[in-house]
Write a protein that binds this ligand. Sequence first.
Ligand code: ADP
Ligand code: ZN
Ligand code: MG
Length: 482
Amino acid sequence: MLRDDYEMVIGLEVHCELSTKTKIFCSCSTEFGGEPNTHCCPVCMGMPGALPVLNEKVVEYAVKAGLATNCSIEENSKNDRKNYFYPDTPKAYQISQFDKPLCYDGYVNIETEDGEKTIRIERIHIEDDAGKLNHDEYGRGSFVDLNRAGVPLIEVVSKPDMRSAEEAEKYMRKLKSIFEYIEVSDCKMEQGSLRADVNVSVRKKGTEKFGTRTEMKNMSSFRSIVRAINYEAERQVDVIENGGVVEQETLRWDDISGKTFSMRDKENADDYRYFPEPDLVAIKLSKEYVENIRKTLPELPESRRKRYLADYELSEKAANFVTSSKYYSNIFEEAIKVCNNPKTVSNMLMSDIARILNEREEEPDEIKFSGKQLGELVSLIDKGTISSAIAKKVLEEMFVEDEVKDPEVIVKEKGWIQISDEGAIKEIVVKIVDANPQSVIDYKGGKDKALGFLVGQAMKETKGQANPQILNKLFIEEINKR
Ligand code: ADP
Ligand code: ZN
Ligand code: MG
């Protein structure tokens, strides 16, 4: 926890790989992985004299991302060279955008404990990704793989508007969710499709002026982002409180030790010598072009959230959760068409499904059952065919196989149909009451818990298949006879 008299200031530069089929300046495949250096050509390998051609889809996707995050779109944009040498960038420059980014002045809202908060977006620009260095693979130094070189990126630069690690996480999750909804990126953080440079500074509460910031590059998990911000803010406070000054520098976050380390490039203030890319023409966008893209935008999470609150009376928490991922939200909408029970569907997503995903270390996009199947499962509960305890077991089964069987089939195959036959239940009730005379005395003496115990015994006996309402009723009848 940061000391009470200090406050953190955080700004993120989020890089997101666009899911176009081909690279930004050539027609090589953008597919992830592949044998090293097989998705390459003279353009993306940076051969002298090779000429880039801008992929129009990249502009379309970037404009889409800009519109979905409330940005203005620059009608007179261009590409610029950002010069630096690094072995994963054979051109010795990146083609990015300097003073005319495609999108500028946007924002997204995040939901905090004190209500909605707006995080401003300074700009979104397009650029090419670098290749990858594989270090020490064969114990013989580093190997360059240029499959990723030239994969299109958008960089989303926020204003320094975040004041806690939680806000930074929420902001990044919001971007991820929006980009998934509009289908411009698969946003797979584990594959590096979404990553952030995290800028952190601290200041005494009440001061206007920002403190000096440090930057942690290429962070690609929410957990490390949160840990890194908290660690770094505390480190800066310690420096200041011990009479030192925070240096503006790039740090490396080490997940294992949970610490940041200086990358020792303090002296070199970045000087990229940007200049307009001479091999590409300017990007001129008409109003009509932009408006046509606006028309293709699907309903965004913000609007779905408001609709779920109003139309289905979900709680704030449930509406936030369900719309946090396009995959949850799509499943939810398909499911309620079948069972017309938004409350139960949202509860299942929020509790059991989220828990199972967590246990399996999977993401919502890896769910294999359809929304229709989830709806059918909820219908089975509503019709009294299965209890909610059994529904949990069916749900577990729905995660196991790639080809998910319909819940009704699973219930039949497993013999999990709820026993609602009073005669059959009565037999079990009598047996359990006979075996537990003390519980009967307890219940009559006012201990309501004793009934719960007896019902629990009956559930055990029937492997959760007895109808709980009927059980309760018959137990009370039987006890009163004694
Ligand atoms: P650069 O491109 O050199 O890293 P920018 O001015 O574009 O620098 O800022 C990069 C990011 O740093 C932005 O997201 C911005 O919000 C954030 N930032 C700027 N100043 C601060 C600060 N004092 N504390 C925290 N973040 C900051
Ligand atoms: Zn290529
Ligand atoms: Mg930066």
